[in-house]
Design a protein around this ligand. Structure first.
Ligand SMILES: [Zn+2]
Length: 441
């Protein structure tokens, strides 16, 4: 008997039918949860949040929201749901890092609820990582990437600056990174070309440019606050209150964003305690050789004869006054820790930075907004996320305690969702244990 031909028509039917079928399991419902939407300081108890694919589709009182058949249900009783957090001055591991180190870094971010990272230094090949994460081939936070930096070393003429902007724009980078050393004429050429092509620039304030000119040229974010300290001549003396008020007002009126990176900068200037930092439990998730480099780097900086501990302490104190003044004065603040970087372990660094911001005088709610709502406003027009609200990207953290009453509660996770992918705490714990074991080598 002749074998029957393979029923290709059925295969076509199956292929068309499968995605439709899998859609029901794409739906996840957080049931009877307290929602902290983050657009205002409110807690919404006994709510249901529906997620379909990578979007939040419904948020409302549990008795009013119907859960689609076949949905995965996550019990939110006694728990709190907040938007995923953003690291707005973050990094990919350096060029040449192994794939596993990159994947581990992404996992450390996610494990701590960091679902968005603005990567502040590009290298060739990073854009592929961004696209792989976006398409779901790689598990990681959503990446928005600045290209290779504009610095005194990489740019030596206005025409070179212009060409570099054109190249990075055509390659598809999301942002241009400004580093120290850039001359004012080259900076201006970069800024003008960026405006023409519709790409933004952000990062440091080069000394030759100065804070006021950077703001005037509409640098999108001023990172690390050091440009402010330099402008205010606050390296050795207290800040002049009148000058401070003036620059805060200018920052607010121009809508310039500020990414303070408080904890990292205390490490950079040598105002931190090496003994305390060396005992951070999260160091176990970083390769030992990397941690050793951080320790010797800090020792070398602070042992240098030109190192002035008093000056470092004065700068650190002035930075705290500055952050609160910017916040109280209505400047727009974005959350960032510059991880991975000296003693700033991806994801884990957010807890230290949040505490530092509260110590400056911000409330826990205000600090959380810098990593959620404000980030959504910064990315407006490119994607919608940063709130627990319909239409927003399904980046969420489920917590066992209310983080608005104590930011320390951010470590009491029940799970994290990134673009609709649910990672329960058991999976997070297993991933962290694996990374700790790998990092010993
Ligand atoms: Zn950085």
């Amino acid at each position: 008997m002749k074998p029957r031909p393979f029923p290709f028509h059925l295969l076509v039917f199956l292929c068309c039918w499968l995605p439709a079928y899998s859609r029901a399991s794409d739906t996840i419902a957080f049931v009877d949860v307290t929602v902290l939407p983050m657009d205002r300081d409110i807690a919404l108890p006994h709510h249901t949040v529906i997620v379909v694919g990578d979007r939040i589709t419904a948020v409302g009182p549990s008795q009013e929201i119907s859960i689609p058949d076949g949905s995965q249900r996550i019990d939110g009783t006694g728990k709190y749901l907040i938007p995923g957090l953003a690291e707005m001055h973050g990094h990919n591991p350096p060029a040449g890092s192994s794939q596993s180190y990159i994947e581990n870094t992404y996992f450390l971010f996610l494990a701590n609820g960091v679902t968005t990272v603005r990567g502040m230094l590009g290298w060739p090949g990073q854009l592929e990582l961004r696209d792989k994460v976006r398409s779901g081939k790689l598990l990681g936070p959503s990446l928005y990437l600045a290209g290779p930096s504009f610095s005194g070393a990489t740019v030596r003429s206005p025409s070179q600056a212009e060409q570099r902007v054109r190249l990075q724009k055509s390659e598809g980078w999301d942002l241009l990174k400004v580093h120290p050393g850039l001359k004012r004429s080259d900076y201006d050429a970069m800024a003008r070309t960026a405006d023409t092509l519709g790409i933004r620039f952000a990062g440091h304030v080069p000394a030759d440019v100065g804070l006021l000119h950077a703001i005037e040229m509409r640098q999108e974010t001023i990172d690390h606050l050091d440009g402010y300290i330099e402008y205010l001549q606050a390296e050795k003396s207290p800040i002049d209150p009148a000058k401070l008020r003036e620059v805060v007002k200018l920052t607010r009126d121009t809508g310039t964003w500020v990414v303070p990176t408080m904890v990292l900068w205390e490490t950079i200037i040598g105002a931190a305690s090496l003994e305390r930092m060396s005992a951070y439990p999260e160091l176990r998730y970083m390769p030992v050789a990397e941690v050793q480099r951080w320790i010797t780097g800090y020792q070398r900086r602070t042992a240098n004869p030109s190192f002035d501990r008093e000056k470092a302490r004065q700068i650190a104190a002035n930075r705290r006054i500055l952050l609160l003044a910017l916040h109280d004065g209505g400047a727009r603040i974005l959350f960032g820790t510059d991880s991975p970087q000296q003693f700033s372990v991806p994801g884990f660094s957010i807890h230290r930075e949040m505490k530092a911001m509260v110590d400056c005088g911000m409330t826990p709610f205000e600090v959380l907004q810098t990593a959620t709502k404000n980030v959504g406003e910064y990315f407006k027009g490119r994607d919608t996320f940063g709130l627990v609200a319909p239409g927003h990207r399904a980046d969420l953290i489920l917590l066992k305690a209310n983080p608005v009453s104590d930011l320390g509660h951010l470590t009491q996770r029940a799970g994290v969702m990134v673009r609709g992918r649910w990672i329960p705490e058991s999976e997070i714990a297993a991933g962290l244990a694996r990374i700790a074991a790998e990092s010993k080598h």
